[in-house]
Design a protein around this ligand. Structure first.
Ligand code: GLU
Length: 552
């Protein structure tokens, strides 16, 4: 009996060989230096900000080098699979405009290197496992969970390294005849890799973020195929896929770093060149209570989920910009020097990534988002607020549509000027900032606040003012008229003149404006009052003064 007999017994129907697959998925023939990257999520839950960081880096690396970015669905852990997880990932990638070039979704395959769903690649994995068995680098293992558990406990008691290796790898020492007869008896088994490594020997691994690190060789005979559904484990599947899909750079979380010796051992068994690895650091935040850095946690921090940014209504590009600043700390500097360039053109350098943990700070995101929103045109703001509201605040969306001209005018306040307004941070905050400009909300929410001029005087003054207010004045005409109005009513035309001798005046023009602002907006602070008056118009002004007097 030979290893070939064993391989044929286990995989009688697998006829294609590793060589056949090599021919089916040839080198990609891209230009020199082009990078092939992949985002390879397991569909086991929501998209974590750390996954997003790796997807953005994948995208930038590929686009920057005229390479390929593809999506691979790593669904071999069927027990942990969550419905709609892939759908939500695809939506996020689309929304952020970092859509993969190759993928498989809704029964369509785009790209020549598929299938891109691991559970559909079973036959390919089996051919590769069959090959390992044939060359004596994999074998069936019949040890039950209980046996393995007991062995682990004994190893712990004896202060030995735990695991399935060397003499502890019991089934590695069975003869082929024994292995075959157990299979024929129907005893369940997994397939294990037969490691050739020596734990006491070290090798140098060059991680593109962490640099050269010394790691012990792997000597564990890890499972590469599970017994129940005959699907491969992550370690094995990623190797086959990254090889056949001709991946040049693997960007993944640093939790995988400890598995590198296993992966290198596997690549060597096949004689394949491993891709380059970029192990990205954990994403950290400052703990509100202790002030110390800690990992962003799925459980404690809503901002760990990409859903958070959508619900809050951060513009996708602002989130990407914030993510880029943690990918490389010189990103902002680069962007200032290249204001016309997009993040795709950024020369991302793994070496410049923090290897000990990357801070993600919501305050920073808010700043980036504010600045970004301030550069948008009024129509762009309108479209983005509307599309957010359609999903998260339908009644506000209706109003935006019903009063589209007014809304666009509202978004034009202090926009497209030298110092544009920067008070919109995200779309979910916009309604509260502009609601007073719509009668529907204004009359519901109005609350009197303190102003320097008494209520009675305010009413008298503003009734007079409403009569002379000219809707079509320019801003300087408007302000000139306001000053004249102040003088006529015994108010100084500027605070400075008032201060020179306050006994001469009832107050100054600023106080009238403050009262006017208070009556027409219900707020102490607002953007430019002239522009606000233009939006509510003369009729609106009269209505609001009357409401102040009677309705409130
Ligand atoms: N499916 C793995 C995960 O979601 C991917 C790791 C990798 O990118 O290789 O963690």
């Amino acid at each position: 009996m030979t290893t070939k007999d064993l391989a044929d017994l286990i995989f009688p129907n697998i006829t294609k060989t590793v060589d056949d697959y090599e021919k089916m998925y040839p080198e990609r023939g891209l230009k020199e230096g082009a990078k092939v990257t992949r985002y390879a999520p397991s569909p086991t839950g929501f998209m974590h900000i750390g996954n997003f960081l790796s997807a953005v880096i994948d995208y930038v690396l590929a686009k920057n080098s005229e390479g390929v970015f593809y999506l691979r669905n790593e669904d071999t852990d069927k027990a942990r699979e969550v419905e709609h997880a892939v759908e939500s990932i695809m939506k996020i990638l689309k929304n952020y405009d970092i859509y993969p070039d190759e993928y498989e979704y809704e029964n369509k395959i785009k790209g020549e290197y598929g299938p891109y769903i691991q559970s559909e690649r079973k036959e390919i994995y089996h051919a590769f496992i069959k090959h390992l068995i044939e060359i004596g680098r994999a074998y069936p293992c019949f040890c039950s969970k209980e046996t393995l558990e007991e062995q682990r406990k004994n190893q712990e008691l004896d202060k030995e390294r735990t695991g399935y290796y060397g003499d502890y790898a019991f089934c590695r020492h069975l003869t082929i005849e024994e292995q075959m007869s157990k299979i024929k008896e129907g005893i369940p088994y997994v397939i294990r890799f037969k490691s050739s490594g020596d734990f006491n020997k070290k090798f140098i691994f060059d991680d593109l973020v962490k640099g050269k690190i010394e790691l012990p060789e792997n000597d564990q005979d890890i499972p590469i195929m599970k017994s129940d559904n005959l699907l491969p484990t992550y370690h094995f599947a990623h190797l086959v896929d990254d090889h056949l899909m001709r991946t040049t750079h693997v960007v993944r979380g640093e939790e995988w770093l400890s598995s590198v010796p296993v992966h290198i051992d596997l690549f060597r068994a096949f004689g394949f060149k491993p891709p380059k690895y970029i192990h990205i650091p954990l994403i950290l935040k400052k703990d509100e209570e202790t002030g110390n850095a800690r990992k962003i946690s799925k459980r404690k921090d809503p901002e760990a989920s990409m859903q958070y940014y959508e619900e809050k209504g951060y513009p996708p590009l602002a989130v990407i910009e914030a993510i880029m600043t943690i990918a490389n700390s010189n990103y902002e500097e680069w962007h200032q020097a290249h204001p016309e360039s997009t993040f795709i053109e950024f020369p991302f350098s793994p070496k410049k990534m923090s290897s000990s943990g990357a801070y993600f700070d919501l305050e920073k995101l808010d700043n980036i988002s504010k600045n970004y929103i301030s550069t948008l045109k009024k129509e762009e703001v309108y479209d983005q607020v509307l599309s957010w509201a359609k999903k998260y605040d339908p009644s506000f969306a209706n109003l935006l549509e019903k009063e589209s001209l007014r809304s666009i005018a509202i978004f034009n306040i202090e926009r497209q000027q030298k110092k544009p307004r920067k008070d919109f941070v995200h779309w979910s905050g916009v309604k509260a900032q502009i609601s007073y400009l719509y009668d529907q909300y204004f009359f519901e929410d109005y609350q009197k606040t303190y102003a320097d001029i008494t209520e009675k005087e305010t009413i008298e003054l503003l009734k007079k003012y409403a009569n002379i207010y000219q809707e079509y004045d320019t801003e300087s005409e408007w302000f000139e008229q306001m000053k004249q109005f102040a003088i006529q009513n015994n108010y100084a035309p500027s605070p400075k003149i008032y201060q020179e001798d306050p006994t001469l005046y009832k107050g100054h023009v600023g106080m009238i404006c403050e009262s006017l602002r208070h009556v027409v907006t219900g707020k102490k602070e607002t953007p430019n009052l002239f522009q606000i008056l233009k939006i509510i118009g003369k009729d609106g002004l009269l209505k609001r003064i009357e409401f102040y007097e009677n309705g409130n």
